[in-house]
Design a protein around this ligand. Structure first.
Ligand code: URA
Ligand code: CA
Length: 432
């Protein structure tokens, strides 16, 4: 088999065979296929697209390129949730203990944040003592005993994705639906998920800026799941503004605790109930979405979800008292309000810009080597569609430095006040 024939076949719009797809992935990972041929093929895929069969085969080949996590020691259906990214995305912090509290095993492998979207590990590490350095044996033991554990990413999961993603990034083929879908799904499958619930975000703070692309990506991933025998569902959500009110590590932990107590922002709560009921259903813990939703609502109201959060934090070395005393979380030296410059309605609060402003305060990393300021971030007081009066605080900046003029001017640029606007719909569509 010759790589050049595979490239020209795809260039001319034909379907590649499973053998050809495996030949490409194996050869590229081994180094027998050079970057210039791989980039020619990814560009041909960008223009010619792939059939469902090709995408499923590509996903399989990527999974096989490295180690896979064996979760067979955990009883029950392991359901993983993945989000294509957001700002102030407190979802996992609430969702993991919530679904575990109704009996769904949560065996979560997760990473640190880079850029304007924060990582779940960073958020959890703002709780004193909390750590994710568990042995695989301890990880499995905890999930079997208490239904929940989080471990840091380890091993060489999907090396083909690392190499291909880096190549696509510098050769102009990141925005290809079959390549994105296989990249995301291969990582979830390699991490041991039996079933997968996806949140595909759209809007300024999302990877997919428009809804049409988000729907195509979601449908493609759901079909990959069907092809490879993993039950998969996807929810299309709005990420034109940050999720909830808090953006920043410790601030989001506090927001998660409020939500686990049955309070918290309405959008965050709705998203958690939507994604959570799909997880409960996939895990076979309810007969219908409605029953799953009732179970989860009860767990939020009767303290079961919060109790699971306390247990989870304590199991991994953290101080469980933060659940009752969130003031024990890191606190920033300064709280600075941002007053509205005019009256009207909030018409825009670009999620990516708000995320970047939080990063300027130290809440996120610009490079992998940066450290994170757990206390820093932003708490919104208004969301898109809310009426505002001149002089009223739109948000509060939590900062360890007194001078935040740079952050303020960035925030003013990203926030628009105009005439009346409907509140954006959070859940656009559910695809199963
Ligand atoms: N996120 C991924 O994990 N892979 C892609 O290709 C794009 C976004
Ligand atoms: Ca939030």
């Amino acid at each position: 088999m010759r790589m050049v024939d595979i490239i020209t076949k795809k260039r001319d719009g034909h379907e590649l065979s499973p053998e050809e797809i495996h030949f490409f992935i194996d050869g590229y990972v081994k180094g027998t296929i050079p970057d210039y041929q791989a980039s020619a093929l990814t560009m041909a895929i960008f223009f010619r697209d792939m059939t469902d069969r090709e995408i499923a085969e590509l996903t399989r080949a990527m999974v096989n390129s490295g180690e896979t996590v064996d979760l067979s020691g955990i009883k029950g259906v392991k359901v993983d949730k993945h989000s294509t990214g957001g700002v102030g995305d407190t979802t996992t912090l609430v969702l993991a203990p919530l679904v575990a509290s109704v009996g769904v095993p949560v065996a979560k492998m997760t990473g640190r944040g880079l850029g304007f979207t924060g990582g779940t590990i960073d958020k959890l590490e703002s709780i004193a003592g909390f750590h994710v350095e568990l042995t695989p044996e301890r990880f499995i033991e905890l999930v079997n005993r208490d239904r929940i554990a989080v471990i840091g990413q380890s091993g060489e999961l999907v090396p083909a994705d690392k190499k291909l993603y880096a190549l696509r990034d510098v050769s102009g083929s990141v925005e290809s639906i079959p390549l994105i879908a296989s990249s995301i799904m291969s990582k979830k499958i390699a991490a041991g998920a039996d079933a997968i619930v996806l949140e595909v975000t759209t809007g300024a703070g999302a990877f997919m800026k428009n809804e049409k692309d988000a729907v195509r990506l979601a449908e493609t991933m759901v079909r990959i799941g069907q092809h490879v025998g993993r039950k998969t569902a996807a929810v299309i959500t709005d990420m034109s503004q940050p999720l909830g009110f808090a953006v920043g590590n410790a601030l989001e932990v506090k927001e998660a605790i409020d939500t686990l107590k049955g309070n918290g922002p309405a959008d965050l709560k709705e998203l958690v109930l939507t994604l959570g009921s799909l997880m409960v259903l996939s895990a076979g813990k309810a007969e219908s979405v409605e029953e799953a939703r009732r179970l989860l609502k009860n767990a939020l109201q009767n303290g079961q979800a919060l109790a699971k959060f306390r247990q989870f934090i304590a199991n991994q070395g953290g101080d469980p008292e933060v659940a009752d005393h969130p003031e024990k979380l890191p606190q920033a030296k300064f709280r600075i309000e941002l007053p509205a410059k005019s009256s009207g309605f909030l018409t825009a609060m670009a999620a990516d810009e708000i995320g970047l402003a939080a990063m300027l305060l130290g809440a996120g990393r610009a490079t992998k080597e940066d450290s994170v300021n757990f206390a820093a971030g932003i708490v919104l007081h208004k969301k898109v569609g809310d009426p505002v009066k001149e002089g009223e605080p739109l948000l509060t900046i939590h900062s360890d430095r007194a001078d935040v003029e740079d952050v303020k001017s960035k925030l003013y640029q990203s926030i628009k006040i105009g005439s009346h606007l409907e509140k954006p719909r959070l859940i656009h569509q559910i695809i199963t």
